[in-house]
Design a protein around this ligand. Structure first.
Ligand SMILES: Cc1cc2nc3c(=O)[nH]c(=O)nc-3n(C[C@H](O)[C@H](O)[C@H](O)COP(=O)(O)O)c2cc1C
Length: 390
């Protein structure tokens, strides 16, 4: 069956759940690791009041014992901090009509799920849509991805992310291990602290104007041997799987690998990476392919870049139409973020780690982490010197 996870929960309900199935037994997991991933998801400047009040209280319901996975499904719940304030409006059995009316959303926000979701499920109060469409649902995904990242770490594969631009203001891209490490600690997700001020100013200006911003971030998957994923069927291609996973993050509207869109305007001689044998190993002096050829890892660093659109909820709502009064209105304004690119980057890391872990399990299988690691290392050794030694 491979790896899979499901999540449940709403933005202002009791909390969120993730059930992660298929992780091999024996992966070391610490509470701190999971809490750090969730705290990083709340990072940023220009996050709304929500990010500040949420503490992401984590509880493990199964699948972990003595700090290791047991092989059983890992169940994780993350309580919502303000749940008492919403109990009456979000009651699963009988909502208090007056409380629900006060929280009702009848003016759909352009750019959000409100209108198509309301039409689809027949909800005139679109709170029933936005509560689940809200990016709060990326918290349990982040937890699932953090577990996947631990499995990959055991195999020498690391997944990192960095913010490259916000609202048209750019930050320098990471180039070495230390740059990626700094980006993972930066509140704005950037590799160089000197770049933070210009981004902060851009976000503050948008906030003053009642507006919102998007941006771009890049995810690196380092340490994968060649041949993860497959060219043999469309739905086994690693680039396709990574693309779907990153595009599934709310607000992400574009994905590219390596040179990506820029490659479309260049001749092949300036795009494809020469093949060289050096020191008894296959190597590539350049990495414009972003570590992917033929839907497989090629041994280079996998580089996935994502574009996030500006946040749809704005203090100055765009023209909309109120479905209760049937008259023109402004899009609903809910407390929210001005910019969430640094957080989306953390979710991107989680989704990339998840996708990579799925591809590894698919290829090498394993009920036990030590068995999986043994098979994987054998493959890695063979792959790196493939056909170069007598
Ligand atoms: C981490 C994160 C935080 C977000 N915060 C908000 C927010 O506060 N307000 C908002 O309207 N949209 C927010 N979004 C974006 C919306 O969830 C997204 O635009 C919406 O669900 C519609 O989906 P689509 O943009 O993919 O079409 C956030 C997205 C992410 C990844």
């Amino acid at each position: 069956m491979g790896l899979r996870f499901l999540t449940s929960g709403e933005s202002h309900g009791r909390g969120l759940l993730a059930v992660v199935e298929g992780l091999p037994a024996g992966i070391p997991v610490s509470r701190e690791h999971l809490e750090r991933a969730l705290a990083r998801r709340r990072r940023g400047f220009g996050r709304g009041g929500r990010a500040a009040v949420e503490r992401d209280e984590l509880e493990v319901w199964g699948g972990l014992r003595d700090g290791r996975t047991t092989g059983a499904p890992v169940g994780i719940s993350i309580a919502n901090a303000e749940r008492e304030l919403w109990d009456e409006a979000m009651n699963p059995w009988a909502v208090n009509a007056e409380a629900a009316r006060l929280r009702a959303v009848t003016s759909p926000r352009p750019g959000h799920a409100d209108l198509p979701g309301g039409v689809k499920f027949g909800h005139l109060d679109m709170r029933a849509v936005l509560e689940r469409a809200s990016a709060r649902s990326t918290a349990p995904r982040t937890a699932a991805g953090a577990l996947a990242a631990l499995m990959l770490e055991e195999l020498g594969i690391s997944v990192r992310g960095a913010v490259e631009s916000i609202g048209g203001v750019t930050a320098r891209a990471p180039e070495c291990f230390e740059d990626w490490a700094r980006a993972s600690l930066s509140p704005l997700g950037v590799a160089f602290a000197q770049d933070e001020e210009a981004l902060r100013e851009r976000i503050a200006r948008a906030d003053e104007e009642g507006d919102s911003l998007g941006g771009t971030f890049v995810i690196s998957i380092a340490g994968a041997p060649p041949g993860i994923g497959s060219f043999t069927e469309w739905d086994r291609r690693l680039d396709g799987l990574l693309g779907q996973a990153i595009l599934s993050i709310p607000g992400i509207k574009g994905v590219e690998f390596g040179a990506g869109f820029a490659a479309a305007g260049l001749p092949g001689s300036q795009v494809h990476d020469p093949i060289v044998v050096d020191g008894g190993r296959w190597t590539r002096p350049t990495n414009r392919a972003g570590g992917l050829e033929g839907g497989m890892s090629n041994g280079g660093e996998i580089l996935v870049r994502a574009a996030m659109k500006p946040i749809p909820t704005m203090r100055r709502g765009l023209p909309s139409y109120d479905v209760a009064s049937r008259s023109p209105s402004e899009g609903h304004a809910e407390r929210g973020d001005v910019c969430a690119v640094p957080s989306a980057c953390v979710v991107g890391e989680a989704m990339a780690a998840w996708t990579m872990a799925c591809a590894v399990i698919e290829q090498f299988g394993g009920d036990r982490m030590d068995d999986l690691a043994q098979r994987f290392m054998l493959y890695r050794r063979r792959a790196e010197g493939w056909n170069l030694h007598a």
